[in-house]
Design a binder for this molecule. Structure first.
Ligand SMILES: [Zn+2]
Length: 460
């Protein structure tokens, strides 16, 4: 890899904004200043008139995902190429063992999927889908291996969901080890009963997905997690929070001192539930859990970002194509859940957050990169631009205008939920540890260079 000198860009981090040159050597930022000299053989890139952001971090993706009897469409190569084209240089995927599977063997499965294929850096949250002494012993090993966050499902009864006893002991262990517990917060018993009622009444289409998991169910799940966190002392993180009701529960918990962080998805800021009501089963493409909500939730969520009540923006990327969605043709409960958005998360957030003035540009960087790096133990190697940080950089042209389309995206999926949406900006240059992976929005780099990122526990 040659040295890289990015000149004259406007560097924007979560806390600073200034114009300077950045020199990257051997994958690391070694100098920042005005008028830096290019070492012999270095590539010089002129970023005049453009922003230079720290590489973005997606705290919530599902690249390899066996789910509901099928597999998500992307693999580590197609997913990371798409991520990079959209400015995401690190993703945090989930290792999800089946309930009868040993956690360590699931780690092996995911490692085999990622190694040699990933084009961006990556790490994992470790899902706890069963808790007993054997699992606990393996989780201790897994944390030592650098997988320093857990994931639990309070949803999906009979599949990935765990009961309260398991949740309690998972959180006790997390507290002891200093790892944070991320959680899908929906009350699974209420969902199961509401689903059964709707199906029995002949309400089988995708438009009934949202009514089967109403905001009350998510608010209850969120409060439940916070209570468990309060009792066990573990730090927790609500993934894909979708509505004002649930946000209020998290904020109430924060105010009484619970260590709870909140993540929201770009889908929940921009798409309302009418997408899932589209005719001819197109609505199935917009089925995910928690579901798309009433539009009245958008403003409170944007305010949540603006005021820091919501820490991070994720994608929950889980691509299932139109054919796979048909598994639920006669029963919405069988539609594979997921709305692909790994590639468009950052540019959509910029367009609808920064360009509209809803969030300032530093909060944008924080929510899409820095906060996740801090919460999940990657900072300051990732998530900022400073001496010694990895040279994960995004040169962004804010004046570029584009439209989102499945015709031009890089994800391995036959639709794009933001089809036809305008976009402000393009990732003109994207680097991973100094390797130029993207130019002018297209992947030009080396495949398979992505590294697994070991993380230390940080939540004691
Ligand atoms: Zn997810």
């Amino acid at each position: 890899m040659s040295d890289l000198l990015i000149k004259n860009g406007e560097i924007i981090t979560a806390s600073q904004r200034y114009t300077a040159d950045i020199l990257a050597k051997d994958g690391t930022i070694v100098a920042i200043g005005e008028g830096l000299e290019a070492p012999a053989g270095a590539e010089v890139y002129d970023a005049s008139g453009k922003y230079v952001f720290p590489g973005f971090i997606d705290p919530h993706t599902h690249v390899y995902l066996p789910f509901m009897g099928t597999f998500a469409k992307d693999d580590y190569e197609t997913a990371t190429v798409s991520a990079l084209c959209g400015g995401t240089t690190t993703l945090i995927d989930f290792v999800i063992p089946g309930r009868d599977e040993a956690p360590l063997s699931a780690i092996d499965t995911w490692r085999a999927q990622a190694e040699g294929k990933a084009c961006s850096d990556y790490t994992w949250h470790m899902a706890v889908t069963r808790f007993d002494d054997e699992v606990a012993a393996e989780l201790r090993e897994i944390v030592k291996m650098g997988v320093a966050s857990f994931k639990v499902f309070l949803a999906y009864r009979g599949a990935l969901g765990i009961d309260d006893r398991e949740l309690f002991y998972t959180m006790k262990l997390a507290k002891e080890l200093g790892v944070i517990v991320t959680a899908h917060c929906e009350n699974q018993d209420m969902v199961a009963e509401l689903q059964a009622e709707l199906i029995a009444a002949g309400k089988i289409g995708p438009e009934w997905h949202e009514p089967s998991r109403p905001v009350e169910v998510e608010a209850e799940g969120t409060r439940h997690l916070c209570t468990m966190s309060e009792v066990t002392g573990a730090h927790c993180y609500v993934v894909h929070l979708s509505c004002e009701r649930a946000l209020r529960e998290a904020v109430r918990a924060k105010l009484r001192g619970v260590n709870v962080y909140v993540e929201t998805l770009i889908q929940h800021l921009l798409l309302d539930k009418t997408y899932a009501e589209r005719p001819d089963f197109e609505g199935a493409n917009f089925v995910m859990s928690p579901p798309l909500r009433e539009e009245s939730n958008f403003d409170p969520l944007w305010e949540g970002f603006r005021h820091g009540m919501i820490s991070t923006l994720g994608s929950d990327h889980a691509p299932f194509d139109t054919e796979q969605k048909k598994m639920g043709k006669d029963n919405f409960c069988l539609i594979p859940n997921g709305i692909p958005s790994l590639e468009d998360r950052v540019r959509m957030f910029y367009t609808h957050g920064v360009s509209t003035g809803r969030v300032d540009i530093h909060r944008f960087v924080d929510a899409a990169s820095t906060a996740a790096a801090k919460i999940f133990g990657l900072f300051p190697k990732k998530g900022t631009i400073q001496l010694g940080s990895d040279a994960d950089l995004v040169v962004y042209d804010p004046n570029h205008r584009d439209k989102i389309s499945a015709e031009t995206h890089h994800m391995n999926i036959d639709y794009n939920p933001f089809e036809g949406f305008d976009v402000h900006g393009r990732c003109d240059l994207v680097t991973v540890r100094g390797n130029v992976q993207v130019r002018d929005g297209e992947f030009v780099g080396k495949k398979g260079i992505g590294q697994f990122l070991k993380r230390e526990p940080t939540h004691f």
